[in-house]
Design a protein. Structure first.
Length: 405
């Protein structure tokens, strides 16, 4: 089974000053991500206002403290945490930032701000904050765990997160919530390198410790899809959806984006089971909740292509690539669609797929599929036989499932 794409935009810019110029850390940042400030809220408001009332943190930033910051008024910090817990992420961000302006070295505030940004889907901004926190508390479990989570959320190579995961584990999480977060982050890092055994062990243990934790259930479902255990994945996704909807019904801030991801993963599982109408319906639900769920677009395009709706599938993929031109799996799927229909554009598309999937954060199986499909596309061209064979061999070395086939 091909793994979900892990998009990476190779472009980078030097990081801007955090909290009105107080932070002078020079960090790489995707050039498409704007600074997160009141005067420039468009991207954040578009993503959060539609869903923040249904967004719930599975972590407790006060669970582990490396000491309390006496310079902060407890009422102000309490207010920021309450806003965050209520799902009012933009207001919580503003409150945390105001506190950070008063004391730029407050570990308490940096923890809260990092958690807020991660819940808002602002991975690269969370990474900037997490690096400051870890510089302040280099051996603290919470600081290293936040940095590992932010690295993964920002689409950075998994090996960068691994050392911080090990540091967090060595510091021994003091709460079950932190332990579950550590297991989930470790499972995600293992998935990125396609170490499925390690991913399964960590995700299963996280669910054992917290059977109703929606984030842990989603990670386990993702692992099960990646090892082609689709029926079990669907059962896990049903449990995650039930947990999220129960939270919503009880008026605690559930997470609409997590529900969207649950439907997106279900779409992938249904498509792999060749249940194409069900896959398309699950994808529709996911995209209605959160259009940025890439796996839903990919699953829907694949289901449409295999249902004889290739034109619609191609349009869906083109739109996905317009939004995120770095999505390697979308390039591979578009190239496969064109290859299957005899479209001459397949070679150029798959050359782009090979280029995108060769980046450090790309999944090996996605890269393998890109090489194999490009080899097949070149196979019929005069004089391209040796190159085609070489590409296929490179692809098989990267993609264990194709090698077996």
């Amino acid at each position: 089974a091909q793994s979900p794409a892990q998009p990476l935009d190779g472009s980078a810019k030097e990081g801007r000053w955090l909290a009105e110029g107080r932070a002078r850390d020079s960090l790489e940042r995707d050039s498409s991500e704007r600074p997160f400030r009141e005067r420039d809220r468009l991207d954040f408001d578009r993503h959060v206002n539609s869903s923040s009332s249904a967004r719930q943190r599975s972590r407790d930033p006060s669970a582990q403290r490396g000491g309390r910051d006496s310079s902060l008024g407890p009422a102000s910090l309490t207010q920021a945490r309450e806003l965050h817990a209520a799902g009012r992420l933009q207001d919580a961000y503003a409150a945390y930032r105001k506190l950070l302006e008063a004391d730029g070295s407050s570990a308490e505030v940096l923890r809260g701000l990092c958690a807020c940004l991660l819940d808002a889907g602002q991975g690269k901004l969370a990474l900037e904050v997490a690096r400051r926190l870890q510089a302040l508390r280099p051996t603290e479990c919470e600081a290293n765990l936040f940095l590992a989570e932010a690295l993964l959320a920002a689409g950075q190579p998994a090996d960068l997160a691994e050392s911080h995961l090990q540091a967090a584990a060595a510091a021994q999480p003091s709460s079950s919530a932190a332990r579950v977060r550590l297991l989930c982050a470790s499972a995600k890092a293992a998935l990125a390198t396609e170490d499925f055994k390690k991913a399964m062990l960590n995700a299963s243990e996280a669910v054992r410790l917290a059977s109703s934790d929606a984030k842990a259930l989603l990670v386990l479902a993702d692992v099960r899809i990646r090892v082609a255990d689709y029926d079990s994945a669907l059962r896990t996704l049903a449990a995650a959806t039930e947990a999220l909807r129960s939270a919503e019904l009880s008026r605690t801030p559930a997470s609409r984006p997590l529900l969207a991801m649950a439907h997106g993963l279900a779409a992938r599982a249904q498509e792999r089971l060749r249940k194409y109408p069900e896959a398309i319906e699950e994808a529709r639900r996911a995209i209605e909740m959160d259009p940025s769920v890439g796996i839903a677009h990919l699953a829907r395009a694949s289901a449409m292509q295999q249902s004889g709706r290739s034109a619609e599938a191609e349009a869906d993929l083109q739109e996905l690539l317009r939004r995120n031109p770095a999505d390697a799996e979308a390039w591979v799927l578009l190239g496969y669609l064109q290859l299957s229909s005899g479209d001459q554009r397949a070679v150029a598309t798959l050359q782009e797929a090979v280029s995108r999937s060769s980046l450090p954060t790309s999944s090996p199986s996605i890269a393998g599929a890109a090489f194999v499909y490009l080899g097949l596309a070149l196979d019929g061209d005069r004089g391209e036989g040796p190159q085609a064979a070489s590409l296929v061999l490179k692809g098989l070395a990267k993609h264990r499932n194709l090698e077996c086939v």
